[in-house]
Design a protein around this ligand. Structure first.
Ligand code: FDA
Length: 394
């Protein structure tokens, strides 16, 4: 039996659910199809279970895309304040954690509940546990042959997300559909992801696992001043996740381990004022002891008093502390990445509506599109904004 709708949305994640209720609110008959058992799985685990659902400072500069202008229209027509108003309408308590990042006070479940309640209220149907076997375009209609029957509609919204965290149901289906309908896919790679280190460095620093430092991590493109965390495999923490999205394999990342200090001047001043102070003691004033000793050992800095350290050595120490060069072996990949960079090329989409420029009634929203946000609520804001742009034009 065929079921007829005005709109079929594939993917009951952040973008798909937000699009569904808004389209239904405009009087359209909407169905959301998803192979998962549960809607909004990524929302549920996001932000450590509290969902960093938006960022007070979200703006187009916080996004990576081959076309950095593409996200502007959608972001300006559905802002963080619009989503905050929805959260407040549903009585969900929230707080700012840091840097404008807004989290639920209690649980991310409240955000999924809110989206499903809106879908219920406006009559959008959410059909889970539905494997999509085939999608075709015939007689001006999309036909989805699924494990739960055949669904037809003149409009199809692809909201299948990216490749990160296959355990949560991520698949390349969105990209495959895009290609099926003649869309270009820009190369995809894991973003917001921890770095792995080469064996020697991994061994040297793995004993620091769990230790965090405030740093500035930089590539030629940009830099982020946030925390860095040592792990058993390499480096993580917000500063590393952020810079990973800008990092290309083979590139070296510079890490300023002492942002806000001037190690050159401070070491010279200490050499004059406290010549008997040991170099390693100075490092212990700046860093946790465990890090100071391991790092000095790895850099082969001598255990000498400052008076006995040549100016060349102190310059080398200061240079290294302000620009520790790290050449990652790679990243932890999609297994732990928060997002997928690249995806459906925005050149073939309308930035106002997210519609395909050449295939009638076809739309792409959320992470499947080549728009990727920074860490801190920006990716959900893109999901909400692109969903709104699409729903307003269906
Ligand atoms: P999303 O991935 O949410 O949804 C896609 C849906 O499509 C899923 O329900 C999936 O089951 C379905 N699907 C896929 N293939 C299918 C197929 N073949 N057939 C049927 N259905 C299919 N962002 C942020 O702003 N703040 C945060 O706190 C976090 N935290 C965070 C933590 C972790 C661990 C991860 C992995 C990611 C985040 N993110 C985040 C990123 C954020 O979760 C992500 O950008 C959005 O969920 C993207 O929304 P979409 O709706 O595009 O995809």
């Amino acid at each position: 039996m065929k079921q007829h709708f005005d709109v079929i949305i594939i993917g009951a994640g952040a973008a798909g659910l937000h699009c569904a209720w808004q389209a239904a609110a405009r009087g359209l008959k909407v169905v959301v199809l998803d192979h998962a058992k549960q809607a909004g799985k990524k929302i549920l685990i996001s932000g450590g279970g509290r969902c960093n659902f938006t960022n007070m400072y979200a703006s187009p500069e916080n996004y990576l895309s081959q076309n950095p202008h593409f996200c502007k229209s959608a972001l300006s027509r559905y802002t963080q304040w619009d989503f905050i108003a929805l959260v407040e309408k549903h009585g969900i308590a929230y707080h700012e954690k840091t840097l404008g990042q807004l989290f639920c006070d209690d649980s991310a479940k409240a955000i999924v509940r809110m989206l499903l309640d809106e879908c219920d209220q406006h009559g959008a149907k959410v059909q889970l546990r539905t494997d999509i076997e085939q999608v075709s375009w015939q007689d001006e209609r999309y036909q989805c042959v699924t494990s739960q029957g055949v669904f037809q509609a003149p409009q199809l919204v692809v909201a299948c997300g990216g490749l990160s965290m296959p355990k949560l149901g991520a698949t390349p289906f969105g990209y495959q559909l895009a290609e099926q309908f003649g869309h270009r896919i820009l190369p995809v790679r894991a973003g917001l992801v921890p770095f792995t280190l080469h064996d020697a460095e991994k061994q040297a620093y793995s004993e620091l696992s769990g230790l965090a430092l405030d740093v500035t991590a930089s590539t030629d493109a940009t830099s982020f001043k946030e925390a860095m965390l040592f792990t058993h495999r390499g480096l993580s923490g917000p500063a590393i996740l952020q810079i990973s999205s800008y990092w290309q394999p083979g590139e070296t990342v510079q890490i300023d381990l002492l942002p806000g200090h001037d190690a050159h001047t401070e070491l010279q001043q200490l050499k004059q004022s406290r010549p008997k102070l040991g170099l390693r003691s100075v490092l212990q004033q700046w860093f946790p002891k465990r890090f100071a000793l391991t790092f000095a050992e790895q850099q082969q800095w001598p255990d000498k008093n400052l008076a006995d350290c040549s100016n060349a050595l102190l310059t080398q120490v200061a240079d290294t502390l302000h620009a520790w060069p790290v050449k990652p072996n790679g990243t932890e990949g999609y297994r732990t990445a928060e997002v997928t960079l690249g995806g459906v090329d925005t050149d073939q989409l309308s930035s106002k509506t997210m519609a395909s420029k050449h295939q009638p009634g076809l739309y792409f929203i959320g992470e499947v599109v080549d728009v990727t946000g920074w860490l801190g609520g920006y990716n959900f804001q893109w999901a909400w904004a692109s969903a709104h742009a699409c729903a307003s034009s269906l």
